[in-house]
Design a protein around this ligand. Structure first.
Ligand code: PRP
Ligand code: URA
Length: 210
């Protein structure tokens, strides 16, 4: 597994505002979008492209275009939906599939309640969006789902990760082609499975009462 933790003052600045409990939902949503676009730049570094010939007003030249099959972007509902706009801003031709997952807050076990993905993901590059990598249960289940359908490689973008979650994903994916792109690697999980210092419940902060 490849791990990339952002190291850019703009990312850290935007994350600081996101973490602040006084930040209201509309600003939280806007910052989430902006952060994902910044992280997507790194996450798409290995997106597959093919050579194409084009004519400029001056001459002909060789450029590149995103290869077929198109990349698949998979936001994990609910909170991952807040990351979709920022991702497709950078990758507008991607196909979008959906996975709905919720963590049981007592057992911390994830369950899947919705799925709308192509049946056959053979040879597809997949980009999973989930703001919080806490225990790793939700992201781990999503990654398994995509590989079971034939995905070639999976890149996950998370705003925040806990060391416990990163270790769990690393152990689970073993030698498979998985990349994790984080806005920040936080200190730890607390006794309720929340990331510390974290930002609280991402879904509530995105979609909660203003
Ligand atoms: C949150 C978050 C992740 C998950 C992370 O979702 O968006 O999907 O928890 O926790 P884990 O790494 O321990 O699995 P939640 O289950 O609260 O659902 P929501 O997106 O509907 O708020
Ligand atoms: N889910 C969240 O939304 N926040 C956390 O800190 C952990 C799981």
């Amino acid at each position: 597994m490849r791990l990339h933790v952002a190291d850019h003052p703009l990312v850290t600045h935007k994350l600081t505002v996101l973490r602040d409990q006084r930040t209201p939902s509309p600003i939280f949503r806007q910052l989430t979008s902006e952060l994902v676009t910044l992280l997507a730049y790194e996450a798409t570094r290995n997106v597959r492209v093919k050579d194409i010939e084009i004519s400029t007003p001056v001459t002909t030249t060789t450029g590149v275009a995103i290869s077929d099959p198109r990349p698949l972007v998979v936001p994990i509902l609910r909170a991952g939906l807040g990351m979709l706009e920022g991702m497709v801003t950078l990758l507008p031709t991607a196909e979008v599939g959906f996975l709905g997952m919720v963590r049981n807050e007592e057992t911390l076990e994830p369950s899947t309640y919705a799925e709308r993905l192509p049946d056959d993901l053979s040879d597809r590059q997949c980009f999973v969006l989930d703001p919080m990598l806490a225990t790793g249960g939700s992201l781990g289940a999503a990654i398994e789902f995509l590989f079971t359908r034939g995905a070639q490689d999976v890149t996950a973008i998370c705003l925040l990760g806990a060391p416990e979650g990163v270790a769990a994903i690393e152990k689970q994916v073993a030698g498979r082609d998985v990349t994790l792109v984080l806005g920040a690697l936080d200190e730890r999980l607390n006794e309720h499975g929340y990331i510390v210092p974290g930002l609280g419940d991402a879904g509530d902060r995105l979609y909660g009462t203003v």
